[in-house]
Design a protein around this ligand. Structure first.
Ligand SMILES: Nc1ncnc2c1ncn2[C@@H]1O[C@H](COP(=O)(O)OP(=O)(O)OP(=O)(O)O)[C@@H](O)[C@H]1O
Ligand SMILES: O=C(O)C1=C[C@@H](O)[C@@H](O)[C@H](O)C1
Ligand SMILES: [Mg+2]
Length: 163
């Protein structure tokens, strides 16, 4: 959360002339409800079920830039869909920076707790090894604008891979 998947992903799609899709937005559009509402009515497991369906569907498309939600990596199925069907970039972000980027946003139900910093630390320790297992490339996001990071991704993967 707050790594910049949505923001960097938009710039990347723009630079590549591809469509950008965000799985969180796709879930909201399909459900006709916000993510906080889905978490409240269906719990995290209901949300994860919807998320898996959407990621399965979207990773079958080619020629797109896809930003996932931060927790999609927790499901084995999603890890396989992403690794086998795409080029996966892990935007590594230290917790202090995640906190700074998410503190004014109430749209992330998992951070509506007394100690969001502690929560982010717990999530990162569970998720970091999985992100690294699935990623084809890891990019630290502490330095550089979202646009710079998108350019760095293009250099890293090489345009030829994408044609
Ligand atoms: N490289 C960056 N430099 C400065 N600010 C950034 C950078 N990347 C993202 N941000 C800012 O951080 C905030 C969170 O970014 P964003 O919503 O793209 O994160 P996310 O990884 O998609 O989070 P989530 O997992 O919750 O979907 C936004 O306000 C965005 O403008
Ligand atoms: O890190 C997470 O588990 C989440 C991140 C967001 O993108 C949303 O998918 C949702 O708020 C859960
Ligand atoms: Mg996002």
């Amino acid at each position: 959360m707050g790594a910049g998947k949505t923001t960097v992903g938009r710039h990347l799609a723009d630079l590549l002339g591809r469509s950008f899709i965000d799985s969180d937005h796709e879930i909201e559009a399909r459900t006709g409800a916000s993510i906080p509402w889905i978490f409240e009515k269906e719990g995290e497991s209901g949300f994860r079920q919807r998320e898996q369906q959407v990621i399965d569907y979207l990773t079958r498309r080619s020629g797109i830039v896809l930003a996932t939600g931060g927790g999609a990596i927790m499901r084995q199925e999603n890890r396989e869909f992403l690794k086998q069907r795409g080029i996966v970039i892990y935007l590594y972000t230290p917790v202090e920076m995640q906190l700074a980027r998410t503190s004014r946003d109430r749209n992330r139900p998992l951070l509506q707790v007394a100690n969001p910093e502690q929560k982010l630390k717990e999530l990162l320790s569970l998720r970091d090894p999985l992100y690294r297992q699935v990623a084809h490339h890891v990019i630290p996001t502490s330095d550089g604008s979202a646009r710079d990071l998108a350019q760095k991704i293009i250099q890293l993967i090489g345009l030829n891979t994408l044609r």
